[in-house]
Write a protein that binds this ligand. Structure first.
Ligand code: FAD
Length: 453
């Protein structure tokens, strides 16, 4: 950390957080609580030696509640209710909306294209100096170049606009299929391949199957059984992060609903209306949804910081990037060591871990500012839950396993309780209650590409 020179007036310590998702936003909020009066909002002058400027940078002015993204995409939740405004989430920290394009570790500054419009000539690039840098830019969908057609034809679910676009596409396919005179063509239009059966893939397959089959009932020429979802998973079971009993339950329950699950199988090629499996089989699929893994974001790729073999930032137990006193990394972009005795050597890439990593890094940063030694991050996974559509789910919480309706109900209650802010809780609870009694809207929203990644 740089110390003020004797020849200059003392200046406040500058903390810059890049990425205002789960990890970054919760880190900022914890720092607001821990630093209280030392924090000053905006550039309101002051050269108090113990003052702190806290700045959060994100390319969007909201963060996504990812576990609710698929619900937003299938219409049980209003899409706006699945995001949180960063400005209302934070009280004293400053916020700038923009793309962090590069970081100069020598000169300790972050370059940001304000407004986040790469192609906008008037969008100025500004530099923000830091004394402490917290990296929390999350992850991006892993899209290997080795699979022909993946980048051109597959959709992913990594943002709000993706979820809305996916729903619009499903409705377009239903409209088109209903107008098809040829039954074979009609059935082919409603075939969807979902690649990857971790939480995202399994939830997408389950919720989209439910959504499309319900919607199909309202079309005179369609039957729910015309909708065919195929879930393709490379390993021998879906939802591998859950105990085997729950994975098998989820598999049975989805198969019973007509979802075709292919285990020990991967995708070799993706076309406009098909996928080719590693076994050579060609499956009809007018829509392919890619949920097979995540990778470090481009900003992290460009940084000369220590990384593991997958490209994630290697951190010490206190959250600092190895070899750096004033660079911290949290959430999906970081390989933060998990405490001894955990199931995995590093914290998994989940929302609950991102939040706790953010809060624990904030506590350590506050300790450093007070001149105290840092502590090793210590958080034990509380459990996991997945919604599978048709008001069913699977959950494991502190060793207790649940399946079917109780797991789905638990999943919803959990996310409702964790939702930041009373207004959002009420909005989400209202959406869910209405969804119990009324059919979902089957209109296209037509808003794609507004949110950038
Ligand atoms: C569809 C889906 C469903 C999921 N479901 C679950 C679930 O049920 N349970 C669970 O625990 N986890 C779930 N996850 C995983 C979980 O959401 C992530 O682990 C978590 O969001 C990671 O938090 P993060 O803060 O590291 O990253 P993010 O939440 O992704 O936040 C990163 C932020 O950084 C910003 N950013 C990135 N690069 C830049 C840049 N260069 N400049 C400025 N800003 C930048 C982004 O705009 C974003 O706001 C799901 C993920 C997805 C995609």
């Amino acid at each position: 950390m740089s110390t003020p020179s004797a020849h200059f007036p003392p200046r406040r310590t500058r903390i810059v957080i890049v990425g205002g998702g789960y990890a970054g936003a919760y880190c900022a909020r914890a720092l607001e609580r821990l630093l209280k009066r030392r924090l000053r909002r905006g550039s309101d002058g002051g050269a108090d030696a113990d003052g702190v400027d806290l700045l959060l940078i994100d390319r969007n002015n909201f963060f996504v509640i990812y576990p609710l993204l698929i619900e937003a995409g299938t219409g049980s939740l209003e899409p706006r209710h699945a995001v949180v405004s960063i400005r209302s989430f934070l009280k004293r920290a400053s916020f700038r909306m923009g793309d962090a394009t590069s970081i100069d570790l020598e000169r300790q500054l972050v370059r940001v294209r304000l407004g986040g419009f790469e192609s906008e000539p008037s969008s100025a690039e500004t530099e923000f100096e830091y004394d402490h840098l917290v990296l929390a830019p999350g992850s991006v969908t892993l899209r290997p170049h080795s699979i022909p057609g993946l980048r051109e034809h597959a959709l992913d679910v990594k943002g709000l606009s993706d979820a809305v676009a996916l729903r619009d596409r499903a409705i377009r396919m239903l409209e088109f299929a209903d107008a098809c005179a040829d039954p074979a063509r009609r059935a082919a239009t409603l075939q969807v391949a979902v690649v990857g059966a971790s939480f995202t893939g399994a939830e997408v397959a389950g919720e989209f199957d439910d959504f499309m089959k319900r919607a199909a009932r309202r079309y005179p020429n369609l039957r729910p059984s015309d909708v065919r979802i195929t879930l393709i998973e490379r390993s021998d079971r879906i939802l591998r992060a859950l105990p085997e009993r729950l994975s098998r339950y989820a598999e049975r329950s989805m198969r019973k609903r007509g979802i075709d699950i292919r285990l020990n199988e991967s995708v070799r090629e993706i076309g406009d209306d098909h996928v080719v499996l590693a076994s050579g089989e060609r499956l009809a699929a007018r829509t392919t949804i890619w949920c097979a893994g995540v990778a470090p974001p481009p900003l992290v790729e460009r940084l000369a910081l220590p990384k593991d073999e997958r490209g994630y930032l290697v951190c010490e137990a206190d959250g600092r990037v190895r070899g750096f006193e004033n660079v911290w990394a949290i959430g999906d972009c970081a390989a933060n060591p998990a405490p001894p005795g955990s199931d995995t050597p590093i914290y998994p890439s989940t929302a609950q871990h991102a939040i706790r990593e953010g809060e624990m890094a904030a506590a350590n940063l506050a300790r450093v500012l007070r001149g105290e030694p840092t502590l090793a991050m210590d958080y034990r996974t509380k459990g996991s839950a997945a919604a599978l559509g048709c008001r069913t789910g699977v959950a494991e919480v502190m060793g207790v396993t649940l399946s079917g309706f109780p797991a789905w109900w638990f999943w919803r209650t959990l996310y409702l309780l964790k939702m930041p802010g009373l207004a959002r809780k009420v909005r989400v609870a209202t959406d869910w209650t209405l969804d119990l009694f009324f059919p979902r809207d089957d209109v296209q929203l037509g808003v794609h590409g507004g949110e950038r990644r």
